[in-house]
Design a protein around this ligand. Sequence first.
Ligand code: ATP
Length: 269
Amino acid sequence: MNALAQNIAGSEPIVLRAENVGVTFEGTGRPVEAIRKVDFELRRGETLAIVGPSGCGKSTLFNAIAGLLRPTRGHVEVGGRRVDDAAGHVGYMLQKDLLLPWRSVLDNVMLGLEIRKTPKSRAREIALGLIKTYGLAGFEQAKPAALSGGMRQRVAIMRTLAFDPEVILLDEPFSALDFQTRLLMQADVSRIIAERGKSAILVTHDIGEAIAMADRVLVLSARPATVRALHVIELPREGRDPAALRTDTAFQHYFAEIWADLEKPAGVA
Ligand SMILES: Nc1ncnc2c1ncn2[C@@H]1O[C@H](COP(=O)(O)OP(=O)(O)OP(=O)(O)O)[C@@H](O)[C@H]1O
């Protein structure tokens, strides 16, 4: 990390740390080394984007951060505890919104709270509050099929927020949406994360999305993944407009730098 990155990131406490993470899949055939060595820290209130070439191990890293997969080497800590012991500290939102189609908007938002055995009346109160705050009042009883793609994503983020996780993980969250809705949702979800004071990790193949949403962008090498670069995005977070940014020279500069990192042949630091 350069001195500037250290400086900016250094002002808030660390909420999540990946240390020397490596993953090798041992199957019946030859072992597949997906991740060689990845280290990073996430500070409170920060959004870190992770980008990398196709097949470099992004989903594998996501699963390790979410505590769904135990790394072969190293570890991920949230709030000072191994992530697999830190249930409830990390909430994730996936590529497909994965709402349950037979449940209403309200019941979908309440799902995580129900699983965590929050009393029903309290769960309902939290869910109704979120639905109202995030502009879906009147749709409480609607089924997901009656909503637009953007509205469904908004229900998915509310469901993640409902149990108040310390860190929110976003895995290609908008890739199923059309371009215009994707830009609107990038702005929407960034704003919601900032308003709630959450920290977030966004795994994406979309460089523009990473720059529009993140404070720092971690660039992975081709498989087996290592950290190739870390960019500090010095654009104001508040009011960042993903559509307007496209014509901003600073945005274009970051884009070109990250693109060049992704294009570098293996072995070039
Ligand atoms: N369970 C598994 N067993 C064996 N190999 C696996 C397993 N899961 C992933 N891999 C391999 O690990 C490598 C990284 O896969 P991963 O899905 O993490 O990459 P990715 O960067 O998310 O890919 P994409 O950009 O295409 O979404 C790939 O070569 C994949 O085939």
